[in-house]
Structure formats: C-alpha cells, structure tokens
Design a protein around this ligand. Structure first.
Ligand SMILES: NC(=O)c1ccc[n+]([C@@H]2O[C@H](COP(=O)([O-])OP(=O)(O)OC[C@H]3O[C@@H](n4cnc5c(N)ncnc54)[C@H](O)[C@@H]3O)[C@@H](O)[C@H]2O)c1
Ligand SMILES: O=C(O)C1=N[C@H](C(=O)O)CCC1
Length: 265
C-alpha cells in the first residue's frame, strides 16, 4: 500500500502535537514536514518530539515544494489556516483543515479553488465521531422541534466564538427546522449578549472556562418537554480517528467537503 505523505501546520499546538503523534505512528502515513511560525530548518526531534523525524519550515511554499506532501493538515488559527489551505491547493496539495473560524465567503473561495484544481479538500469543524453524531441527531430532531438553543463550552484559550461546531450544527439544523424567530416577540436584552448569537432566529451561547476541552449541548423545547443532545471531548485524542479518516478520504476526492458527516458512512 502506498503511504500518504503528510505535512502538519501548527505542530507545537494542542491539536498539532496529537496530529504529529498520529502521523508518525500510523503505518500508512509518512510525516514529511511541519510548518511552524518559528524554528526554521530544525527537526521536530530537536523540539521535544521523541522518535519523530520531520523538518520544520516557516515558509509554506518552500515546505510544500521541498517536502512534497500529499496532504497538509492545518491546525493553526483562522487567518493562517485559510492562507495555508489556499496555498496548498495552488501547489497541488490536498488540505485537511481542522482550524475553525472560517467565514462562508472563505469556504466558498476554497471550494471554487478545489474544484478548479480537481483536488480534494476537507474542512472539518469537529473531527470527533461523537460530535458528528450529535450534529446529525440534532438535525433529525429539528424536523420535530423548531425551538432550539445551542450551548457550546470550550477551554479559555480558544480564539473563535461561536465554535465551528456550533455554527455547523446550526447550519445543519436549519436544513430541517421550520423558520422562526424564537422567544417572546418583545424580548429585550437588558445586558448586551444575554441571548447569545443569533443564527436565523436560533441562539448560540459560548462558554469559555479553564478545565474544559470541547463540549456542546443542543437543547430543544416544545410544549411540556425538552430534548437535550450533548457531546463531550475530554481529550484531544478524541479527534484523531477523524483526522485519520480525513487524510485517507481526501486523497480520493476532487472537491471540497465541509463537515465529516459528509464522508462517514
Ligand atoms: N476540527 C476539530 O475537531 C478541532 C479540534 C480542536 C481544535 N480545533 C481547532 O484547531 C485550531 C488549533 O487549535 P489548538 O487548540 O491546537 O490551538 P493552539 O493555539 O494550541 O495551536 C495553534 C498552533 O498554531 C501555530 N501557528 C500560529 N501561526 C502559525 C503559522 N503562521 N504557521 C504555522 N503554525 C502557526 C501556533 O504556534 C500554535 O502552536 C483552532 O482553530 C481550533 O478551533 C479543531
Ligand atoms: O479546542 C477547540 O478550539 C475546538 N474547536 C472546535 C470548534 O471550534 O468547533 C471543536 C473542537 C475543539
């Protein structure tokens, strides 16, 4: 079986470290390089990664041209991740993006580029299988419950709010939910933000606390009943099976896929 050559952007980050472990331990992957904003020319083995051999680049084009990966896994920040995904596609490399916080316009631009280039690209707001099921179950429930509030809870080092998962959940719910503005028509916030963000009448609340990793609760309400669908990631290992399947699947795609629910059976 041919190995898939992988480069990782953001290797020293919370997710990047797990992805380095995955790519270097998985027999069908070969970790060929890492993309960092410092440590040019070093090896990941110099940076505390035991038994890992991959050159660190700070320039994405040089990284892609010299190390020739098939796939670039991006786990950085919204602005950097977008630039990396674009540059990867321009250089014939398939992006697997876990970085969240992309706008709809950015997703559209990447989709168009992937199609023009005939290259796969996967953008997954959440790689955890349980989170994907939470989103799908919420989408199913929305057919019967049109009143819903999303509460997402993450660690306090997270840059973007609402989370990519919450936005994706709301978009999926919207496909089945009867369009309505929730709450009392005369409802007024006496403190700005009290009702959270509003996506087509649905409300999204973002909690940030040390001690949390990634958690989301989708609350549906109807006369005399509520339904709560909840997922919790207690460590970042929980995302890695989704990263693995994304790297394998992106090699077979010739377009952009947004959300793991579109590639899981
Ligand atoms: N899709 C998922 O399942 C999932 C899961 C967890 C986190 N995330 C997302 O992944 C991203 C990273 O999360 P994290 O918790 O690992 O963050 P983190 O802050 O721990 O790591 C980000 C890393 O990116 C690096 N970086 C910044 N600029 C860079 C550049 N120009 N080139 C290369 N590297 C650069 C930083 O040095 C840092 O090490 C976030 O957008 C987060 O929302 C997604
Ligand atoms: O730790 C984060 O940051 C996470 N972000 C994702 C999101 O924005 O949905 C999901 C998992 C963890």
């Amino acid at each position: 079986m041919k190995t898939i050559k992988v480069a990782i952007a953001g290797p020293r980050g919370r997710m990047g470290k797990e992805a380095v472990a995955l790519a270097s331990n998985e027999e069908s992957f070969e970790l060929v390089s890492a993309l960092d904003h410092k440590n040019e020319g070093k090896n990941l083995s110099d940076l505390g990664f035991t038994d890992v051999d991959a050159t660190v680049f700070t320039d994405i084009e040089q990284c892609l041209i010299e190390s020739k990966p098939d796939v670039l896994i991006d786990l950085t920040t919204p602005e950097v991740g977008f630039k990396h995904a674009k540059t990867a596609l321009l250089n014939g490399v398939r992006p697997v993006v876990g970085t969240t916080g992309f706008t709809k316009e950015q997703l559209d631009e990447l989709k168009q580029m992937a199609e023009e280039k005939g290259l796969g690209c996967i953008i997954a707001p959440n790689f955890a299988i349980g989170a994907v099921l939470m989103m799908k179950f919420s989408q199913m429930a929305a057919k019967y419950f049109s009143d819903v509030e999303i509460i997402e809870m993450h660690h306090d080092q997270k840059l973007d709010a609402p989370s990519g998962t919450a936005v994706k959940t709301a978009e999926m719910i919207n496909e089945n939910r009867e369009n309505k503005s929730q709450g009392h028509p005369n409802e007024k916030e006496t403190m700005a933000g009290a009702r959270g963000a509003d996506l087509d009448g649905m409300h999204i609340h973002s909690v940030r606390l040390p001690g949390l990793i990634a958690h989301q609760q989708v609350l549906f309400g109807a006369d005399g009943q509520t339904l709560t669908i909840r997922h919790d990631s207690y460590n970042r290992q929980s995302f890695m099976s989704g990263v693995k399947v994304s790297v394998e699947t992106v090699m077979k795609l010739d377009t952009l896929v947004y959300g793991l629910e579109n590639i899981l059976d």
